[in-house]
Design a protein around this ligand. Sequence first.
Ligand code: ADP
Ligand code: MG
Length: 297
Amino acid sequence: MTTHSPYDGSTPLAREVADITRRRQAVEAQQFPLPSSARVITVANQKGGVGKTTTTVNLAAALARQGAHVLVIDLDPQGNASTALGVEHRAETPSVYDVIVGEATIDEVVQKSPEFERLYCVPATIHLAGAEIELVSLVAREQRLRTAVELYLAEADDPVHYVFIDCPPSLGLLTINAFVAAREVLIPIQCEYYALEGLSQLLNSIQLIERHLNPELRVSTILLTMYDARTNLANQVVADVREHFPQQVLNTLIPRSVRISEAPSYGQTVISYDHNSPGSLSYLEAAAEIAMRGAVA
Ligand code: ADP
Ligand code: MG
């Protein structure tokens, strides 16, 4: 009987380890080009649980780790992005709510992430849940986040390279504010049966915003999340999405991974929680693609 050492490249596990090592070396050797002005990217999908927050915080962390100055705006009353980035967001914490209602600037409420030197977060607290209704009666109700972001970018001492806005799972006024504030939309799509359901409604909303409120807005990026290579269904979703959106879909697929889902309970992104995991590596690769594409556009 021949015995295989798990480390000599002859077992599936050893091959996987070798593959991950090779991919890690490749992505870490890469220079992530920095954009000449801030790229404001809204992460949206009105479906819940598709990976918006996970994608926002991990891409932001990956870009910050590679040297970019990154701001995350948590625009979901759940405050999941704030939790994952390890920033304070108890009810009384100054937050994006104060910014939206015009009682504070981003500079006054922003917090530094404990993980990376140039990663910042505007937290969301439970107060934001009321904002959707309060906004209705405010002037320029669709533009409030945009105005705040523009002021912050204009006054920042150190140039900001990326702003990611994590949206709630709806197409209400908060998400509209995010669409008006951004130039790019990133849509995470979960590799599951109902993945494409609701997508046309999302694209229609984006088109309406583009026509009436923000002519610069475009869907720049689609990221397939929670991919499980063992299922035919996941592969079918990947094929469908690539066929419909050949330009927007990133080559990188984010695998379904326990390490990705447990990181937030430690107030961390997977980039620092388990840097060597396949999930962390995939988000680094996706971030590299986003950085490279921006350099071309
Ligand atoms: P959304 O912000 O769209 O509601 P989340 O990012 O919060 O979605 O993700 C929904 C749930 O799925 C969370 O519990 C999250 O930890 C988990 N999750 C997200 N991406 C992955 C992944 N690649 N592998 C495993 N679990 C994931
Ligand atoms: Mg979320």
